[in-house]
Design a protein around this ligand. Structure first.
Ligand code: NAP
Length: 242
Protein backbone atom coordinates (compact mmCIF):
# COMPACT_ATOMS: atom_id res chain seq x y z
CA UNK A 1 0.00 0.00 0.00
CA UNK A 2 2.95 2.37 0.59
CA UNK A 3 5.43 0.55 -1.62
CA UNK A 4 8.49 2.68 -2.48
CA UNK A 5 7.12 5.80 -0.80
CA UNK A 6 9.38 7.98 1.33
CA UNK A 7 7.70 9.27 4.47
CA UNK A 8 9.05 11.63 7.13
CA UNK A 9 7.57 11.11 10.61
CA UNK A 10 8.36 13.54 13.44
CA UNK A 11 8.53 12.23 17.01
CA UNK A 12 8.93 8.70 15.70
CA UNK A 13 10.77 7.22 18.68
CA UNK A 14 7.69 6.33 20.74
CA UNK A 15 3.91 6.38 20.98
CA UNK A 16 1.83 7.09 17.88
CA UNK A 17 4.90 8.15 15.86
CA UNK A 18 6.66 4.84 16.46
CA UNK A 19 3.51 2.83 15.68
CA UNK A 20 3.11 4.83 12.45
CA UNK A 21 6.70 4.11 11.47
CA UNK A 22 6.15 0.38 12.11
CA UNK A 23 2.97 0.28 10.00
CA UNK A 24 4.49 2.32 7.15
CA UNK A 25 7.54 0.03 7.01
CA UNK A 26 5.28 -3.04 7.00
CA UNK A 27 3.38 -1.53 4.06
CA UNK A 28 6.57 -1.05 2.03
CA UNK A 29 7.63 2.54 2.72
CA UNK A 30 11.02 3.97 3.53
CA UNK A 31 10.66 5.99 6.70
CA UNK A 32 12.68 8.96 7.94
CA UNK A 33 12.45 9.02 11.74
CA UNK A 34 12.79 12.62 12.90
CA UNK A 35 13.28 13.71 16.49
CA UNK A 36 15.64 15.05 19.12
CA UNK A 37 16.66 11.86 20.93
CA UNK A 38 19.52 10.45 18.88
CA UNK A 39 20.09 7.32 20.96
CA UNK A 40 16.42 6.29 20.87
CA UNK A 41 16.03 7.13 17.18
CA UNK A 42 19.08 5.06 16.23
CA UNK A 43 17.78 2.17 18.33
CA UNK A 44 14.35 2.33 16.69
CA UNK A 45 15.92 2.57 13.21
CA UNK A 46 18.02 -0.50 13.94
CA UNK A 47 14.94 -2.43 15.11
CA UNK A 48 12.88 -1.40 12.06
CA UNK A 49 15.55 -2.43 9.56
CA UNK A 50 17.17 -0.96 6.49
CA UNK A 51 14.13 1.04 5.33
CA UNK A 52 14.24 3.17 8.49
CA UNK A 53 16.60 6.14 8.69
CA UNK A 54 17.14 8.15 11.87
CA UNK A 55 17.36 11.94 11.49
CA UNK A 56 18.23 13.74 14.70
CA UNK A 57 17.59 17.49 14.82
CA UNK A 58 15.72 20.04 16.92
CA UNK A 59 12.28 20.17 15.29
CA UNK A 60 11.76 23.66 16.72
CA UNK A 61 15.00 25.20 15.46
CA UNK A 62 14.29 26.93 12.13
CA UNK A 63 17.87 26.57 10.90
CA UNK A 64 18.22 22.91 11.89
CA UNK A 65 14.93 22.07 10.17
CA UNK A 66 16.11 23.76 6.97
CA UNK A 67 19.37 21.80 7.17
CA UNK A 68 17.47 18.53 7.65
CA UNK A 69 15.39 19.16 4.53
CA UNK A 70 18.48 20.17 2.55
CA UNK A 71 19.95 16.81 3.59
CA UNK A 72 16.82 14.95 2.39
CA UNK A 73 16.89 16.84 -0.91
CA UNK A 74 20.56 16.04 -1.47
CA UNK A 75 20.52 12.37 -0.41
CA UNK A 76 16.99 11.20 -1.27
CA UNK A 77 15.68 13.84 -3.65
CA UNK A 78 11.97 13.77 -2.85
CA UNK A 79 9.32 13.04 -0.23
CA UNK A 80 5.93 11.35 -0.66
CA UNK A 81 4.57 11.87 2.83
CA UNK A 82 4.97 13.93 5.99
CA UNK A 83 3.47 13.03 9.36
CA UNK A 84 3.59 15.95 11.80
CA UNK A 85 3.34 13.81 14.90
CA UNK A 86 5.72 15.23 17.53
CA UNK A 87 3.74 17.05 20.17
CA UNK A 88 3.72 18.09 23.81
CA UNK A 89 0.89 18.71 26.25
CA UNK A 90 1.17 20.66 29.52
CA UNK A 91 -1.91 20.30 31.71
CA UNK A 92 -2.72 23.30 33.89
CA UNK A 93 -5.54 25.75 34.46
CA UNK A 94 -5.02 28.99 32.52
CA UNK A 95 -4.24 30.90 35.73
CA UNK A 96 -1.32 28.51 36.36
CA UNK A 97 -0.05 28.41 32.77
CA UNK A 98 3.08 30.46 32.12
CA UNK A 99 3.45 32.20 28.80
CA UNK A 100 6.63 30.18 28.37
CA UNK A 101 4.60 26.97 28.56
CA UNK A 102 2.09 28.34 26.04
CA UNK A 103 4.97 29.37 23.79
CA UNK A 104 6.65 25.94 23.99
CA UNK A 105 3.46 24.13 23.01
CA UNK A 106 2.76 26.55 20.15
CA UNK A 107 6.35 26.30 18.94
CA UNK A 108 6.38 22.50 18.68
CA UNK A 109 2.73 21.64 18.01
CA UNK A 110 2.02 24.47 15.56
CA UNK A 111 5.05 26.41 14.31
CA UNK A 112 7.32 23.39 13.75
CA UNK A 113 4.50 21.55 11.96
CA UNK A 114 3.92 24.59 9.73
CA UNK A 115 7.60 24.83 8.79
CA UNK A 116 7.77 21.09 8.08
CA UNK A 117 4.83 21.36 5.67
CA UNK A 118 6.39 24.41 3.97
CA UNK A 119 9.62 22.55 3.29
CA UNK A 120 8.17 19.08 2.67
CA UNK A 121 5.72 20.36 0.05
CA UNK A 122 8.68 21.55 -2.04
CA UNK A 123 10.01 18.00 -2.14
CA UNK A 124 6.65 16.45 -3.05
CA UNK A 125 7.19 16.53 -6.76
CA UNK A 126 5.74 13.25 -8.00
CA UNK A 127 2.23 13.99 -9.35
CA UNK A 128 -0.52 12.79 -7.04
CA UNK A 129 1.87 11.50 -4.41
CA UNK A 130 2.09 14.30 -1.86
CA UNK A 131 0.46 13.58 1.48
CA UNK A 132 0.57 15.48 4.74
CA UNK A 133 -1.02 14.12 7.91
CA UNK A 134 -1.08 16.33 11.00
CA UNK A 135 -1.75 15.12 14.53
CA UNK A 136 -4.48 17.40 15.81
CA UNK A 137 -6.65 16.49 18.80
CA UNK A 138 -10.22 16.20 19.96
CA UNK A 139 -9.17 18.86 22.51
CA UNK A 140 -8.38 21.32 19.70
CA UNK A 141 -11.82 20.68 18.22
CA UNK A 142 -13.93 20.78 21.39
CA UNK A 143 -11.75 22.34 24.12
CA UNK A 144 -10.97 20.92 27.56
CA UNK A 145 -10.65 22.52 31.00
CA UNK A 146 -7.00 22.63 32.04
CA UNK A 147 -5.74 22.34 28.48
CA UNK A 148 -6.31 25.78 26.94
CA UNK A 149 -2.69 26.20 25.77
CA UNK A 150 -2.56 22.73 24.24
CA UNK A 151 -6.01 23.22 22.71
CA UNK A 152 -4.88 26.53 21.16
CA UNK A 153 -1.86 24.85 19.57
CA UNK A 154 -3.96 22.03 18.13
CA UNK A 155 -6.81 24.29 16.99
CA UNK A 156 -4.23 26.36 15.11
CA UNK A 157 -2.98 23.18 13.47
CA UNK A 158 -6.56 22.41 12.42
CA UNK A 159 -6.68 25.82 10.69
CA UNK A 160 -3.35 25.16 9.03
CA UNK A 161 -4.59 21.77 7.81
CA UNK A 162 -7.77 23.16 6.25
CA UNK A 163 -6.04 26.17 4.70
CA UNK A 164 -3.04 24.32 3.28
CA UNK A 165 -5.32 21.64 1.86
CA UNK A 166 -6.82 24.42 -0.28
CA UNK A 167 -3.49 26.04 -1.07
CA UNK A 168 -1.60 22.85 -1.98
CA UNK A 169 -4.41 21.14 -3.89
CA UNK A 170 -3.13 22.76 -7.10
CA UNK A 171 0.06 20.73 -6.60
CA UNK A 172 -2.01 17.56 -5.98
CA UNK A 173 -0.84 17.47 -2.35
CA UNK A 174 -3.47 16.24 0.10
CA UNK A 175 -3.36 17.71 3.61
CA UNK A 176 -5.41 16.01 6.33
CA UNK A 177 -5.33 15.57 10.07
CA UNK A 178 -6.31 12.94 12.56
CA UNK A 179 -7.85 14.06 15.85
CA UNK A 180 -7.29 11.35 18.45
CA UNK A 181 -9.23 11.17 21.71
CA UNK A 182 -7.53 9.28 24.57
CA UNK A 183 -4.72 7.07 23.28
CA UNK A 184 -2.51 4.89 25.47
CA UNK A 185 0.90 6.63 25.25
CA UNK A 186 3.36 8.46 27.48
CA UNK A 187 1.62 11.76 26.70
CA UNK A 188 -0.60 11.04 29.71
CA UNK A 189 2.12 9.65 31.97
CA UNK A 190 1.37 12.26 34.66
CA UNK A 191 -2.36 11.38 34.84
CA UNK A 192 -3.52 9.60 38.00
CA UNK A 193 -5.51 6.35 37.83
CA UNK A 194 -8.59 8.35 38.87
CA UNK A 195 -8.08 10.86 36.03
CA UNK A 196 -7.71 8.02 33.52
CA UNK A 197 -10.85 6.33 34.82
CA UNK A 198 -12.80 9.59 34.57
CA UNK A 199 -11.71 10.11 30.96
CA UNK A 200 -12.38 6.50 29.97
CA UNK A 201 -15.89 6.92 31.36
CA UNK A 202 -16.47 9.54 28.63
CA UNK A 203 -15.48 7.11 25.87
CA UNK A 204 -18.39 5.25 24.28
CA UNK A 205 -16.25 2.18 23.58
CA UNK A 206 -15.10 2.22 27.22
CA UNK A 207 -11.35 2.03 26.68
CA UNK A 208 -8.30 3.99 25.55
CA UNK A 209 -7.28 3.72 21.91
CA UNK A 210 -4.00 2.12 20.95
CA UNK A 211 -1.19 3.83 19.03
CA UNK A 212 -1.59 1.12 16.38
CA UNK A 213 -5.23 2.08 15.77
CA UNK A 214 -4.19 5.69 15.09
CA UNK A 215 -1.25 4.53 12.97
CA UNK A 216 -3.59 2.47 10.75
CA UNK A 217 -5.68 5.59 10.04
CA UNK A 218 -2.57 7.69 9.34
CA UNK A 219 -1.17 5.07 6.96
CA UNK A 220 -4.50 4.98 5.10
CA UNK A 221 -4.35 8.77 4.65
CA UNK A 222 -0.78 8.43 3.33
CA UNK A 223 -1.80 5.81 0.80
CA UNK A 224 -3.22 5.95 -2.72
CA UNK A 225 -6.56 4.77 -1.26
CA UNK A 226 -6.97 8.29 0.16
CA UNK A 227 -6.17 10.13 -3.07
CA UNK A 228 -9.47 12.09 -3.08
CA UNK A 229 -9.46 13.06 0.61
CA UNK A 230 -8.07 16.46 1.59
CA UNK A 231 -8.77 19.18 4.14
CA UNK A 232 -10.36 16.71 6.58
CA UNK A 233 -9.91 16.40 10.33
CA UNK A 234 -10.75 12.77 11.03
CA UNK A 235 -11.68 11.93 14.60
CA UNK A 236 -10.44 8.69 16.17
CA UNK A 237 -11.77 8.73 19.71
CA UNK A 238 -13.92 5.66 20.38
CA UNK A 239 -17.02 7.83 20.61
CA UNK A 240 -15.67 10.21 23.24
CA UNK A 241 -18.13 12.70 24.73
CA UNK A 242 -15.67 15.44 25.71
N1 NAP B 1 -2.06 10.19 23.14
C1 NAP B 1 -3.20 10.86 22.96
O1 NAP B 1 -4.21 10.60 23.63
C2 NAP B 1 -3.28 11.96 21.94
C3 NAP B 1 -4.53 12.56 21.73
C4 NAP B 1 -4.62 13.56 20.78
C5 NAP B 1 -3.52 13.97 20.08
N2 NAP B 1 -2.32 13.38 20.31
C6 NAP B 1 -1.17 13.87 19.55
O2 NAP B 1 -0.51 12.79 18.93
C7 NAP B 1 0.88 13.11 18.77
C8 NAP B 1 1.71 11.96 19.30
O3 NAP B 1 1.51 11.87 20.70
P1 NAP B 1 1.75 10.55 21.54
O4 NAP B 1 0.49 10.27 22.25
O5 NAP B 1 2.38 9.49 20.73
O6 NAP B 1 2.76 11.15 22.64
P2 NAP B 1 4.16 10.68 23.21
O7 NAP B 1 4.20 9.22 23.41
O8 NAP B 1 4.38 11.58 24.38
O9 NAP B 1 5.19 11.05 22.04
C9 NAP B 1 5.43 12.39 21.73
C10 NAP B 1 6.53 12.48 20.70
O10 NAP B 1 6.81 13.88 20.51
C11 NAP B 1 8.19 14.11 20.77
N3 NAP B 1 8.40 15.38 21.43
C12 NAP B 1 7.82 15.85 22.56
N4 NAP B 1 8.32 17.06 22.86
C13 NAP B 1 9.25 17.35 21.92
C14 NAP B 1 10.11 18.45 21.66
N5 NAP B 1 10.12 19.53 22.45
N6 NAP B 1 10.91 18.41 20.57
C15 NAP B 1 10.91 17.33 19.76
N7 NAP B 1 10.11 16.25 19.94
C16 NAP B 1 9.30 16.28 21.00
C17 NAP B 1 8.61 13.01 21.70
O11 NAP B 1 10.02 12.85 21.60
P3 NAP B 1 10.95 12.67 22.93
O12 NAP B 1 10.91 11.20 23.24
O13 NAP B 1 12.26 13.17 22.49
O14 NAP B 1 10.30 13.48 24.02
C18 NAP B 1 7.83 11.82 21.16
O15 NAP B 1 8.48 11.28 20.07
C19 NAP B 1 1.09 14.44 19.51
O16 NAP B 1 1.09 15.49 18.58
C20 NAP B 1 -0.12 14.53 20.42
O17 NAP B 1 -0.44 15.87 20.73
C21 NAP B 1 -2.17 12.37 21.22
Amino acid sequence: MLQDKVILITGANRGIGLATAQVCIALGATVLLAGRNEVQLELVAEQLGERAIAMCYDLTDETQVKQAFAHIKQHIGHLDGLVNNAGMMHNAPAAMTSLDSLQQQLTLNTVAAFQHIQLASRLMRKPGCGRVVNLCSIVGERGAAGQSAYAASKAALTGITKSLAKELAAQQICVNAVAPGFIDTELHSDFSDKQRENIINTVGLGRMGTPREVADLISFLLSDHAAYITGQIIGIDGGMQL
